[in-house]
Design a protein around this ligand. Structure first.
Ligand code: SF4
Length: 215
């Protein structure tokens, strides 16, 4: 790969956090990564504090395990860039990325996709080849436990597919329309900016007015 090609790829890298936002809600992803909108709520503030704690402090050596904090990573094959909370390097060569989350394990796959994307970046940067990092761990603040995540074929395919969808959305520069879902939207820090109920009400009013005018 030439220097100029690599530079242009580096310029168009998508944040790994965008994959996580996309899986939560495609509109949220576009509002943040396309329209540069951001707003904190209790959940995002607590999450931010937790990440800062995980990133803070120097790298250290514990019982032979090197613990690297806040490591920047990128993958030119997937076009992703991000930062790991913690990466553990074991004496036998095993490498384990660890991501810290404020809540508890969720029904959607966003946390697993984020962690797997970090692993793919590390594999590429360290020239380990696919499968060089087979597992990672998610630490959830609610139960204060680590959960193992296996980076199997299906999860890797989901990372690649989500990356492609996010890139297509950002390059197309079209923010998806809101679809109000109570649990998802009520926990979303962007609900005031997004106004999903208002958009839905407007759309239904439009249909009602149009249908009435045709009767
Ligand atoms: S309020 Fe709902 S539709 Fe709007 S960005 Fe958030 S999750 Fe998506």
């Amino acid at each position: 790969m030439s220097d100029s090609k690599e530079r242009s790829d580096e310029d168009s890298l998508v944040a790994i956090s965008a994959l996580q936002h996309w899986l939560y809600c495609p509109r949220q992803c576009a509002l943040i990564h396309l329209e540069r909108a951001w707003s904190e709520n209790r959940f995002t503030s607590e999450g931010k504090v937790m990440h800062e704690r995980a990133h803070d402090g120097p790298d250290e050596l514990r019982k032979g395990v090197r613990i690297a904090r806040g490591q920047h990573v990128r993958s030119l094959s997937l076009g992703l860039v991000g930062q790991c909370d913690v990466v553990e390097f074991f004496p036998d060569g095993t490498i384990v990325p660890v991501e810290y989350k404020r809540g508890k394990p969720k029904a959607h796959r966003a946390d697993e996709v984020q962690l797997c994307a970090q692993a793919i970046c590390l594999e590429e940067m360290l020239r380990l080849g696919e499968g060089g990092i087979p597992n990672g761990q998610l630490f959830y603040g609610k139960n204060r436990r680590r959960t193992d995540v296996a980076f199997g074929e299906e999860l890797r395919a989901l990372v690649a597919d989500t990356s492609a969808r996010v890139r297509e959305c950002l390059e197309g520069k079209v923010t998806p329309k809101a679809e109000y879902a109570t649990r998802r939207c009520d926990a979303c820090s962007l609900i005031e900016l997004c106004q999903p109920k208002l958009i839905q009400r407007s759309a239904s009013s439009w249909f009602r007015d149009n249908l009435e005018s045709q009767i």
